[in-house]
Design a protein. Sequence first.
Lengths: 259, 358
Amino acid sequence: MDNQFIPKLSMMVEKYSLADNFQAELESGAVKISCNKGNYRFFYDFNRKMSEDKFINLPLYHWQSKRRYIELRNILQNNFIGQPVAMRIQHMVSPNEFINSLKDIIIFESNLVEFVTNQKIEQVFSDFYGDTYVNCIMSTTGNIKISMELGLLPEGSEPVLLHEIVGKKGIASDVVVDTQTQQYPIYVFKGKEIQTYTDIDNELFGLDNTQIDCIRFIMWVLEDTCRKDALYANYIYMQKVYNAALKANDTVNYTYVED
Amino acid sequence: MKQVNMAISSLTHAHVRKYYATLHENPKLNWVAVSCANEYVANDFKKYGYDIPIYMSTEEMLQEHPEIEGVVIASENDCHYMEMELCCKYGKDILSMKIPTFDLEEYDRMIKMTDDNDIICQVELEMHYNATCRKAIELARSGEIGDIVSFNATNITLSPVWAFPWQGVPEKSYGKRMPIRDNDKRFRGGALSDHPHIFDMLRWCTDSEFDYVFADVADNIRDIKVEDVLYITGQMKNGCKFLLDPSWSRHEEKLERPGPGWEVFPKRMEVNFSIVGTKGVIQADCFGPNVYFNGGPNNRYTVQYTYFDEWIGMMDEFYNCILNRQQPKINLKWHRKTIEAMVRCYDSIAYEKPIYIK
């Protein structure tokens, strides 16, 4: 998080009257907030054990606030592509503040599957290459089959990201047809150098997009703090999905997520 | 330049239109005759306007034209063995469709039969002659991205079952009626049976053979008897991982004759790779970029493909092999391990567990 994060978060909480006496601070892999609605630690480093203190620990599922994923979910909810039967995911990125390990990516994508499809992951098959790469096939309670290619790329690599849902009536995807790489809203061509910009949120203009998603996710929780229980329960379940992936890799078996 | 005399049999395979064009245009090939599986196919062939003799029996064609040197066996999968027998009987070299047979005992008899009769038998795996595919695999094999960690590929298409109904008939596409798994009304013989290429590319890229495969099949997106969406993962014997998508996951209009307006999704077919190495990733789209239009019969935004020259290289190799009496790179023996891996994927779906391959 950069030094704009806390001021912007505080500004948005005040603007939308989401809490009184709001205070926020950063700690490694987490954002701590205190307000009249409680004390919360939103963590996004899924490898660290968070402190057990007066702060309620909640996962910071920032991807749930990303417009492209919300719209994929809307496409399914509005039945635009019919009943979903399969989903194909690629998520290979350089390590960064939000993605440091395969566990981070597995939790990200497993939770995103549940968020978009509104179904729970039930069964996992996985094959790891050390701590940098894994292939998975998963199955949901509604029998949607998921394929995942997840990995950490060398520093500076372009991200490889794809979410494609196969429905009985059509396809939904966050990658343009006949392309392989991410598209950006702005390109600047200057000799050999190609500069890209990613500005898409005018209200939080200037902030990195994932940080914007973090702010909007925290705002969503503060809108109705009853959401915290389901959120925490889901994180416990995501740990089980991850453990099922580890077990599947060890046993080479299609492994049920223990619930 | 010596010409090689060619014929095409049956004309029921989905790729047969490619052979019409290639035999018509390649000056090294002299297109002598065709045999048709039935009157419907014969009438359809006549509409193309080629001035080529038509026979209603492959054997009659071979008897009438002893000058034929090579035959493209463009028939349904369950007819391949019988047609190979005929070619061996009459001493004709063979270009086999991509699935010679899924019956591995029958496959071994095909190998013996062609060996015993000194017949050249090339299997049409045209992706070997796709320049993007070739370059991507050359890059990966050269160490450009370090050691190869995982080879991931899609071979995603619309389903040909409405234009080529045999591909939805388990007995014809898989060779027999085998349930996809217990308590499932579907049978083997669908999308997986249509897409051997990525298995073959994987072997080529990694220079290794299959250690195990694990596959799972989704609910169908079409009301057909065979599977249409599935995913496969596993490992090669050298430790390289893989993840394959050989689905018919692109929707189509139910046209009886492929043509404009067939696709519903703008891009009707893709073969894409993401080859993951210890030092980076190669992303490759073997059929892109292209040109785009809207309009057409259904006024849809559509990808118009621009590169389709795989059949030229493939037929050039077949021509050279016939002339020089060499077995092609993609011969029956090489291809057997690909076919076996595909059969084991079906087994994995049936038994819901990974299947190891000796």
